[in-house]
Structures are given as structure tokens and as C-alpha cells.
Design a protein around this ligand. Sequence first.
Ligand code: ADE
Ligand code: ZN
Length: 329
Amino acid sequence: MTDWRSLPKVELHLHLEGAAPPALIRTLAAEKGIALPGVFDAKGHYLWHDFSSFLACYEAACQVLSSPEDYARLTAAVLAAARADGVIYTEVFVSPDLCGGGDPVAWREYLAAIAGAADLPGIEMRVIATAIRHFGPERALRAAELTADAAGHFVTGFGMGGEERFGHAADYADAFEIARAAGLSLTSHAGEFGGPASVAETLDALGVARIGHGVRAIEDPALVADLAARGTVLEVNPGSNIALGLYPDWPQHPVRALRDAGVTVTLSTDDPPYFHTDLPSEYAALSAAFGWTVEDFRALNVAAARAAFCDEATRSAVLQQLLDAGAAP
Ligand code: ADE
Ligand code: ZN
């Protein structure tokens, strides 16, 4: 049996708050005397039943993450788990809306705490600061300004998550323009609960290099050809899509069809404890569904490293580690 854990991995789509171990959220809630009704089931797992209750559960759990120190503990826990899963490079979504509520001084303190906790051997991390779409365009603008202010070696990207069916991508064009002008790399969720038109609109209006999910592009063959021709990178999260009911099972997930059509796909976990997944389990399930081998996953990780929002020295070092692991007997 393949040891998927030991394969070096690059992950481009991981929500920091969405990766919070339930035990950490419970510990913080107990320390702060905050009750979290409806957040956990009887087994202590996050409790949700569809996308909107998932978002509500996520936002409720985030109440206890209310200081830079909390985010340092969160980052340390998330990176320890990622490193144990073989992740050598990860990009995490962090929302300025959740880190200091839009206050620039607080946002800097949160980022400093996250960066301090991320300074670990064996794993490299970058932050994609992320607007939350259903909080509206005004708050997205504020998030973009805060991100532009922090842009640099550690905060390298700007993105948008949340309810994709809220408003139009074009409503957020100004926010993405601010981020672009600050030299940030860009990604946005689309083509998860919105169809192929949402992907096309996001590409046109926001000019992103990568799309979070993007899988529903498969419903429009012309769009699939366009994604392949443009070299747009999809941050695909198959286990998340299956858990949220987009596809009934692994064999019916479109990641293979997208890859076979020449689209650059990468593999991530989105919000692993919410979806009862981790990257080694994703690889095992995809291997079982599609016959993908260690070499397929190595190629997918090389593609992810090439698409990473990082400086060239870091990219070369990550690519070298992927190659070295491939050269091993
Ligand atoms: N935020 C966290 N996970 C998300 C997802 N799968 N889609 C949109 N926004 C999210
Ligand atoms: Zn996501």
C-alpha cells in the first residue's frame, strides 16, 4: 500500500480558520467562557448540513478566535498537522474581517502573530488575505486596502471566499484592482456553488491567475478549453466538494476530466476538519477512483509549486524538494 503521507506536497487552498481542530475551538471557548450552541455534534465534530449551515458554523466557531495569540495557536496547530501530512509548502487564506475587524493596527498584530508561529522548519507558509463575498463589496474594499498595506514576502496574495452567489464578481473589481496595484497575486472562489458563468465572470471581472474550486467549469466545454488555453490554475478540493454534496462520490468528481482536458489542476483540502479529510486521504481516494500514481501526484505538486504565490527562490527550493523526493529509490 502506498504511503501517501510521506510524499512531499504543495497545498494552495486552505482556510486557516477552516482548518481549526475542533478541540482547539472548544479549548478557546472554555478559556473565554463562550458557549457555542449548535457548532458541534455529539461526537465533537463540526455540525452543518449544507453550504449555508457550513458557513454559519464556520463563522460561529470563529468567534473564539479573537486575539493574535489565538491565531498563533491556530497557526501552530494547523502547520503541525500539515507537516505531519507531508506538506512542504502551504498557502493559507486569512480574512482581515476576522482578524481585528478591519482595524489596521490589530490586523498587523494578527499577521505578526501568524508569521511568528509559521516560522517552523520543514514547512513554508504564505498568506492569501481573503475578502468574504457575502460581507459585501465595501468590506472587500477594506480587506483589499489592509492586504495591500501588508503585502510582502509573507502576505503574497489576495483572494475572495464565502457565498459565491452573493452579488456579481464585477462588484468586487475595485477591491481586486487595489490588490493588483500592490503587487499581490490574485485568486477567487468560483465555480463551486456558482456554475460555469460564475467562473467566466470571475476571470473577466477580477483578472485572477487562479480560481478556488472552478470545478463546475466542466459543465461548459468552451470554458474548459479557455481555462486550458489561458493556463488558469484551479485549486481543486475534491473531498470538500463531495462533502458539500456537489458530486455524489469520487469517481464522479470532474478533476480527472479537467486534467485530461489540459486544465492545470492542483489539489487541496479547503477546510479539512469540517469535511473529515486531509491531503493523504484525498490522494488515496483519487488514486482509488482514477488510478493516479505517485508520479501523477508528483506532477500535480510540481504544477502547484509553479503556481504558488511566492518569490522565485522559495519556488526553486520547493521544486527541488519535489524533485529530490522523486529521485529517491
Ligand atoms: N470559506 C471556507 N470554505 C469555503 C468554501 N468551500 N467555499 C466558499 N467559502 C469558503
Ligand atoms: Zn475555499
